[in-house]
Design a protein. Structure first.
Length: 317
């Protein structure tokens, strides 16, 4: 696999794209609260039906050209990436938020940078873990601070445990997506980052259609018209901002930064999710949460410094 070239301009631009993606992705933590009367599966179907339709409209002019480029292996990759990074991940995330709350879910999802960075450090030519250790320690400390209140609080029963397990499942699912997606983007340089995002949206939309009979058979759909309109609004908004725009920014970033650095960028999703959570709960952050902001920023800066030291050592030898 060819690693992304880390230059000062690539690094700055990649971080800007990562921040933008995180700001928009943080909105998905609010969606289950905004449409709380619907099940996690129904939320996922609504969001990804909208994502699929928007993707189909945007990709139509280049459809024949793209299908001529993609192999059967590429379509298989699109299928599992769509499942891991979208359908399954969002069902688990929605269930985690509805059962365990935004703070606890943010804590668990916040460990994504650690998981992705450790996996990325195994790539040929990647920054070794010994150089990334300070950044990973700062990241871990920040994430622990973020969720300290949630973990220290007395257990509230089965719902909290269900939320925690769903959040862990979402963590595993999206870690697999982040690694696989970066590798696919590095391999398919003839497909633009935006077209790859739209192809994933198209396949995810097809998965959402396949899940409609499941929710019709096993879940209640007895909701008022106002609730359905609210679901439609939330689904379209999240699909446009968090799926179309944020994924495009993330894919652009993935081609500018190496996988070890891509993992660190996921921290911005956690930070913005917490900001939106504070606004939703109409409160100021606690002292530990303020400390977490500083630790997370220090983690990203430490990761950038580690890559610069590694590049300097590589050039020297």
């Amino acid at each position: 696999m060819e690693l992304a070239v880390v230059s000062p301009s690539n690094t700055r631009l990649g971080i800007v794209f990562g921040m933008g993606a995180g700001a928009l992705w943080g909105l998905v933590f609010l969606a289950p609260e905004l449409a709380g009367q619907f099940s996690p599966l129904q939320l996922a179907i609504g969001r990804y039906l909208a994502y699929g339709l928007l993707s189909a409209a945007l990709i139509a002019p280049r459809w024949r050209m793209l299908t001529a480029i993609l192999s059967r292996h590429d379509w298989f990759a699109l299928a599992w990436l769509s499942l891991a990074g979208n359908t399954l991940y969002y069902v688990l995330l929605s269930a985690a938020v509805q059962n365990g709350g935004i703070a606890m879910t943010s804590l668990v999802i916040g460990f994504l940078p650690v998981a992705v960075t450790i996996i990325g450090s195994r790539e040929s030519g990647a920054v070794p873990l010994r150089l990334l250790a300070p950044s990973l320690l700062l990241c871990t400390a920040g994430v622990v601070c973020i969720g300290w209140q949630a973990l220290a609080a007395p257990a509230v029963g089965a719902a909290q445990l269900t939320g925690l397990l769903c959040a862990i499942g979402a963590l595993v699912s999206w870690t697999a997506f982040a690694v696989g997606n970066s590798r696919c983007l590095a391999r398919l340089d003839q497909v633009s980052a935006q077209d790859w995002n739209l192809l994933i949206g198209l396949v995810t939309g097809a998965q959402a259609v396949a899940l409609i009979p499941v929710t019709l058979s096993f879940e209640s759909i007895d909701h008022e018209a106002v609730a359905w309109l609210q679901l439609a609004g939330v689904s379209i908004g999240v699909a446009l901002l968090a799926s179309i725009v944020a994924n495009a920014l993330w894919n652009r970033m993935s081609r500018l930064l190496p996988l070890t650095m891509v993992g660190q960028m996921i921290l911005f999703e956690t930070l913005f999710a917490l900001i939106y959570g504070f606004l939703w709960e109409q409160r100021l952050p606690f002292p530990l949460e303020i400390a977490a902001f500083g630790l997370v920023v220090a983690s990203v800066l430490s990761c950038i410094a580690a890559h610069r030291r590694h590049d300097a050592l590589t050039v020297a030898h």
